[in-house]
Design a protein around this ligand. Sequence first.
Ligand code: UDP
Ligand code: MG
Length: 326
Amino acid sequence: MSTAPQLSVVMPIYNEQEALPLTVERLRPILDELGIDYEVVGVDDGSTDATPVLMQKIRQDWPEFRIIRFARNSGHQAALKAGLDRAFGDYVVSIDADLQDPPEKIPEMLSLAREQNLDIVYGVRGDRGTDSFFKRRTAGAYYGLMRRLVGKRMPSQAGDYRLLSRPAVDALKALPEHQPVYRLLVPWLGFPSGEVVYVREERVAGATHYPLGKMVRLALDSVTNFSAAPLRLATWLGLFSFLVCLGLVAYTAIEHVLGNTVPGWSSLFIGMLFIGAVQLICVGLLGEYVGRIYSAVQARPAYFIGYDSAEERARTGAEKFTDCVR
Ligand code: UDP
Ligand code: MG
């Protein structure tokens, strides 16, 4: 395999022992048929099941299958970042390991990008019929909000199944983002883009690794990473409360002139409550940002590389299949 393949397929993998063999079975013939140099970058996001052993086995008879393993679970977006950072290809496709993104669309993405000289080809979900009602509703709300933040450039219903050209990948790598949310950053790049519509299939095996907690975190990361809109909301709230206060001041003044100053308790109380509430909201929003600034200043790495098969080969001239499997 040449060191600069024409296509890299980046696949974040976390505890996918049931799904991975099926994914490989379906993905490999499609890539082989393309007749180009390619690599598959499997990023093992600190799996604790048999996934690492399985990946080593896959690599033994599929040399194009590269392995990167995190020392611990760092999350889907961190795994994507590692894959994009380390992929060599002229084009890079990111795809889930559970066959929810049909790999049959990869050749279509590639030919569209080549024919029209595009830097980004989004995989757009034509139908989410196989997702649960809850997932559809939360995803709908999420994409609605994100479109408001990033603008119309963001295609609705585009997840992390997409193709990027080398310049687009390099641009993403140059961003100082600490916790990148690629489904927002990519549309924000604004490079020439196209779309390929696909039907989101059901997860082939195993269970989702995106419980509510991780979804809320992704949404929070998305909003705070990407926009000062919440801070602006705080400003608007502050302005509104200021106007209400002005009204209350006028009211108090009139009551004072009329000699009704003693029963001022209720207006004072309402004002106090209101301002207290607004201040709390503002402090909470500021806290979100301050927390993120704090973690960026700490410069904690988004992931720790435990193993990269490419480096292993460069160092020793061969790969050991045993000592890197925990
Ligand atoms: N994944 C990951 N790290 C995590 C959670 C998920 O690398 O902490 C991978 C997972 O193996 C899969 C992809 O990210 O390839 C999408 O995850 P999943 O299918 O669980 O999410 P869903 O499709 O349900 O949103
Ligand atoms: Mg999935």
